[in-house]
Design a protein around this ligand. Structure first.
Ligand code: F6P
Length: 336
């Protein structure tokens, strides 16, 4: 069998470990041939490919980013003026010319939608969920999330000492797109006093009251963790918007930090290395069994898979009844 592998959407720690998991098991155990497609679906349009061999896999377990590159190319999206008229048809033709029996798509929600559409056109597809945002429906966790949370939690830890020395409020904005998973987990792991998530509406007076109550209780500083997807006036970055609102509301000196792309860069945590390895290797098992049109998932401590139809186009968001929110509230954390 000849399989192809591509990585699409934002990069994240653990992609290379997944490529390694797919390839090692494909080459060593099943005797398959593996082709790497460059720059996501873009490479399927331009036929930019390279064979992935044992040599190409060396050192991949710990390496950040993706060795085959990524892009946000969406071949089913019609872009006015785009010279390539029928991208899906071109992809089908290129897959035929490259003699690909199955395509492994490592990606997040956008990738899953494209993967499902290609599957509907008859392409044998297996997907592996990848995103720091952890917002993919159907899997308990996607690899990259644990790495992003540990980077964000470390940043929050470091903000504590400077906040406390200056008696300031520190607002830190973390990624997550429309979901609050990174903010919730890093905020709770870092002992945030206020955690604002896109899924839970907030009232700035409640946030201000939490900060004033801490001061009355002898804690003259506060840490506010803000997810990038929270509702704002649309003009300012969430961190800036919240920092200004807090200063206005409380009169306390407030500073902001936008953590940004460091959350996506560098080596995966051991948890993500293991998850990526298991998911990658399981993807190859699915191919060997001819189980196509599926996405690999983690359920509890088991690796399994679900049909792409069940997951593509659905977001996994934080609910107000999530245990960490409920317990956090009981412990005095303000969610707005
Ligand atoms: O989906 C991962 C993510 O890092 C989000 O958290 C963030 O909103 C987005 O990608 C940033 O995308 P880009 O790489 O296009 O700037």
């Amino acid at each position: 069998m000849r399989i192809a592998i591509l990585t699409s959407g934002g990069d994240c720690p653990g992609i290379n470990a997944t490529i390694r998991g797919v390839c090692k098991s494909a080459v060593n155990h099943y005797g398959m041939e593996v082709i790497g497609i460059h720059s996501g679906f873009q490479g399927l349009l331009t036929k930019e490919v390279e064979p992935l061999t044992e040599q190409s896999l060396s050192g991949l377990l710990t390496r950040g980013g993706t060795i085959i590159g990524t892009s946000r190319e969406k071949p089913f999206k019609k872009t006015p003026g785009d010279p390539c008229e029928d991208k899906p048809a071109r992809i089908l033709q290129n897959l035929r010319e490259l003699a690909i029996d199955c395509l492994v798509c490592i990606g997040g929600n956008g990738t899953l939608k494209t993967a499902r559409k290609l599957a509907e056109l008859g392409v044998n597809i297996v997907s592996v969920p990848k995103t720091i945002d952890n917002d993919i429906w159907g899997t308990d966790v996607s690899f990259g999330f644990d790495s992003a949370v540990s980077i964000a939690a470390e940043a929050i830890d470091r903000l504590h000492s400077t906040a406390s020395s200056h008696k300031r409020v520190m607002v830190i904005e973390v990624m997550g797109h429309k979901a609050g998973w990174i903010a919730l987990h890093s905020g709770m792991a870092g002992g945030g006093d206020v955690i604002l998530l896109p899924e839970i509406p907030f009232d700035i007076h409640t946030v201000g009251e939490t900060i004033r109550r801490r001061i009355r209780g002898g804690k003259p500083y506060s840490i506010v963790v803000v997810a990038e997807g929270i509702a704002t006036d649309g003009r300012l970055r969430p961190a800036t918007y919240i920092a200004r609102a807090i200063e206005e509301e409380t009169g306390i000196e407030t500073r902001e930090t936008v953590l940004g792309y460091v959350q996506r860069g560098g080596a995966p945590t051991p948890f993500d290395r293991i998850l990526a390895t298991r998911m990658g290797s399981h993807a190859t098992d699915l191919i060997a069994c001819g189980k196509f049109g599926r996405m690999v998932i983690l359920q509890g401590s088991d690796i399994d898979s679900v049909p792409l139809d069940q997951v593509a186009g659905r977001l996994k968001l934080v609910s107000e009844t999530h245990d960490l929110v409920v317990q956090g509230r009981r412990m005095g954390v303000c969610f707005g």
